[in-house]
Design a protein around this ligand. Structure first.
Ligand code: PXP
Length: 249
């Protein structure tokens, strides 16, 4: 299983004081040194954290693939076509949300999303679709020719009881199995932390996890490279070495 690190929240800290630091591009370089497999940045329409210069610079600064998370907003699509990230992950976007709240509904928005998928693919960008772990959504992703799906683990990560956790895991497992059998590359992400990742790594059909908030939070205490190394070890299925290390990230 691969690890993509989302550095948006380094930029969130920068936005808090309108400073030049901390720089998410420097964070991306350190994450790469720590061994992550890709870097994710979400250029939101409202530019609340990642800025245009970040996506321009990171493309030049890192060797691992750059995965640009984005909506299908026309201005952002044009930026993607200019920057040419290795991958674009299409997500729904609402101005008021704290973070992405759900997957794109490919049944409702099939034609609009398909048009953007084709447009980005014509520029040589690999396209991933962020969808809820539902088989019909994966079916639509396949039908519109996207090679990658990222299943939304948000509901799983917000689940509080073992019963609701099990229900969500079952949904993720079934959707991941279906997507893999259909020949899609399967990623997952949203709300994954150093504890709840342990059940997700058991799902062998998932080939990549994209994780942001928990890694950047842990970086406050242990540094960003250590935070990435620890998560990489968990994603690789290893136990965290230091006792009690994950309690207070
Ligand atoms: N994947 C997608 C598609 C996302 O929108 C996000 C949040 O930006 C993530 C992964 C990472 O989520 P988190 O910050 O909760 O780890």
């Amino acid at each position: 299983m691969k690890l993509g690190v989302n550095v948006d929240h380094v930029a969130t800290l920068r936005s808090q004081r309108h400073t030049l630091y901390p720089d998410p591009v420097v964070a991306a370089m350190l994450c790469e040194h720590a061994g992550c497999d890709s870097i994710v940045m979400h250029l939101r329409e409202d530019r609340r954290h990642i800025q245009d210069r970040d996506v321009e610079l990171v493309k030049e600064a890192i060797k691992v693939p750059f995965n640009l998370e984005m909506s299908i907003n026309r201005e952002i699509v044009e930026i993607a076509k200019k920057i040419l990230p290795a991958q674009a992950t299409l997500v729904p976007e609402k101005r008021q949300e704290l973070t992405t709240e759900g997957g794109i509904d490919l049944i409702r928005h099939f034609a609009k999303v398909e048009r953007v998928v084709k447009e980005l693919q014509e520029c040589g960008i690999k396209v991933s679709l962020f969808i809820d772990p539902v088989i019909v959504q994966a079916k639509k992703a396949k039908a519109m020719g996207a090679p990658i799906v990222e299943f939304n683990t948000g509901k799983y990560s917000e689940s509080k009881t073992s019963q609701t956790i099990d229900v969500q895991l079952k949904k993720i497992r079934a959707a991941a199995r279906y997507a893999r059998q259909s020949g899609l590359f399967v990623a997952a992400g949203h709300g994954i932390d150093y504890e709840n990742v342990k059940e997700i790594v058991k799902i062998k059909e998932i080939e990549e996890l994209n994780i942001g908030h928990s890694i950047i939070c842990r970086a406050v205490f242990v540094g960003i490279m250590a935070a990435v190394e620890e998560m990489s070890a968990l994603v690789a299925g290893c136990k965290l070495q230091a006792a009690g290390n994950t309690v207070a990230y």
